[in-house]
Design a protein. Structure first.
Length: 255
């Protein structure tokens, strides 16, 4: 009798709740697996292998968000899964997908599970800025579009100055790298270097120990040199060249 009632209850269970329960069970199992892995590199690889199992469920949540007007949306039966997947995507370097989830998390104020310690905006800015810095220190290019999207998503959000400075710094470093690809004797270089200075100076103002002082000084010197060279070239072009010799001198009469 009891088994029959349980069967009836299960048959009437909401499909969305059933899917959420399955995802929560999977996440619990996957987190247990991750706890058994000591190596950070191996943990990241494990997350990369785990993520596809959540894709369809996450797509459904994001689609519901896209269809919603305003910033009010029920967190659903498993609110911890989407922000957890956002963090895993950041960890694995899938920036575009991670920021799709970040957009949803920030728009609907989805809370992060308590074990993350930080609020969503701080985590997004800090983790991606630190990933960008690691790539830059290794001599690699970090996608500027990712940094700009992070800046847009978190614009106006209250967070610690040190965290904001990290994002400003990596944006400035990436812009400075692009400026370095331009001929220093051109207006384009001056414009590109000046653009890079803005976030670097902002980082320095937000946090004096942000590590941008040297980069700011280098760019200021490069801009000054470029402007001086430009001025000297303009002077050389506009200054008339004095004539030499006397073309009107009559030849001597030797007769």
């Amino acid at each position: 009798m009891g088994g029959g009632l349980a069967l009836i209850g299960n048959s009437r269970r909401d499909p969305a709740d059933a899917a959420a329960a399955e995802m929560r069970l999977r996440l619990r199992h996957d987190r247990q697996r991750l706890k058994q892995i000591k190596s950070t590199k191996l943990k990241i690889e494990a997350k990369r292998q785990m993520l596809p199992a959540y894709t369809a469920w996450i797509d459904g949540i994001l689609e519901a968000g896209r269809r919603t007007v305003g910033r009010e949306l029920s967190p659903g039966a498993a609110p911890e899964i989407l922000p957890t997947m956002m963090v895993w995507l950041i960890d694995t370097g899938d920036w575009s997908r991670a920021l799709d989830l970040a957009d949803h998390v920030l728009r609907f104020n989805v809370p992060l599970p308590h074990h993350f310690k930080r609020d969503a905006a701080t985590l997004i800015v800090e983790d991606i800025a630190e990933a960008a810095q690691a790539e830059q220190l290794a001599g690699n290019v970090f996608p500027m579009a990712v940094l700009e999207r992070v800046e847009t998503l978190t614009f106006g959000v209250d967070m610690h100055d040190e965290v904001q400075a990290k994002l400003c710094k990596v944006i400035g470093v990436e812009l400075a790298r692009k400026a370095g690809e331009v001929d220093t004797g051109t207006d384009d270089f001056i414009a590109a270097a000046t653009r890079a200075l803005e976030p670097l100076r902002k980082a320095q103002a937000l946090h004096t120990r942000s590590g941008t002082k040297t980069k700011v000084a280098q760019l200021e010197k490069a801009i000054k040199s470029a402007m001086l060279a430009k001025a000297m070239l303009a002077t050389a072009i506009t200054t008339p060249v004095p004539e030499t010799g006397n073309s009107n001198t009559e030849p001597n009469d030797t007769n």
